[in-house]
Design a protein around this ligand. Structure first.
Ligand code: ZN
Length: 286
């Protein structure tokens, strides 16, 4: 089957914020996160997006936690070839340096790149300064790590196109449209259509809606030819009053993709679709 019929399914397991008191299925420790990563891969996830929590359960960019988690996944589940995607925004207290320290240390294949600043209403300012974005883009290019441009608002697409024109970020571009965050674009089909109209023809894109909007955006993204992301980082309920697990969300997304007449991309197919550098396992093992 052609790659054009394949959908990259990303699982975002943890996030930086939601406490276990809201949904006890959110994995927090390296052991829990690595086990969930394995289980969602078995359920069909092509990519896993990783965040870390500290011992109090708060978001952290501690590079040792990233390493411990990815080492556990590799050691306990050597058969798991899921694409590794690490956040660069997992702790609002982290400095710009903290946000990049894990990249050379664990060498993820993809890392998130939040393409601008905004008010994360009502919590605070989500700061991604031009200086930081330039450093992050160059660092990721140097390390051959693919940026996933997280787009919360339309102006952020313009930022990415600017950095691409200055060779600060490498092409082809891959966007992740994040809809429904307070202060960002609303989680509507119209938002998605508009964002899609702004990106270059050779770019790839994926999308998700926060909370109750997750199904609407999942179906819309599929209908518009995009890739999709699900997981407890974005949404903790499977249905009204029913708590989700990462596996239940991935299993549903995989079913939806199949019912739509498409197929879930294997990790290696996702690598081709996203033009990831042909990274062999030896490099990661080194
Ligand atoms: Zn994230």
């Amino acid at each position: 089957m052609e790659l054009s019929n394949k959908v990259v399914l990303t699982a975002a397991l943890t996030g930086a914020v939601t406490p276990k008191s809201i949904n006890e299925n959110i994995p927090l420790t390296p052991e829990e996160i690595s086990e969930d990563a394995y289980r969602v891969w078995q359920a069909g996830a092509s990519v896993v997006h990783f965040h870390m929590r500290d011992d109090e359960g708060l978001g952290t960019m501690d590079k040792e936690k990233f390493k411990q988690t990815l080492d556990l996944l590799k050691t306990n589940h050597p058969d798991c070839d899921v694409v590794i995607n690490c956040t660069t925004a997992g702790d609002h207290r982290a400095t710009d340096d903290d946000r990049m320290a894990h990249l050379p240390y664990v060498m993820p294949e993809i890392a998130s790149y939040d393409a601008g600043s905004m008010n994360w209403t009502p919590d605070g300012v989500f700061e991604n300064s031009p200086q930081f974005l330039e450093r992050l883009g160059l660092k990721m290019q140097e390390l051959n790590i693919k940026p996933e441009f997280e787009i919360f608002d339309a102006g952020m697409v313009g930022n990415v196109l600017y950095y691409a024109s200055k060779d600060i970020v490498a092409k082809p571009l891959h966007f992740q449209f994040v809809l429904g965050v307070g202060g960002g674009m609303p989680a509507t089909v119209e938002s998605l259509c508009y964002l899609k109209s702004l990106i270059p023809a050779d770019a790839t894109w994926s999308a998700f809606g926060i909370g109750r909007a997750h199904q609407k955006i999942m179906f819309a993204a599929l209908a518009l030819g995009g890739h999709i992301r699900v997981g407890l980082e974005d949404n903790v309920y499977y249905a009204r009053g029913v708590k989700a697990t990462n596996v239940s969300l991935v299993e549903r997304a995989a079913r939806v993709i199949k019912e739509f007449g498409k197929e879930v991309a294997t990790p290696d197919e996702a690598r081709q679709i996203l033009s990831l550098p042909a990274r062999n396992r030896e490099l990661q093992d080194a």
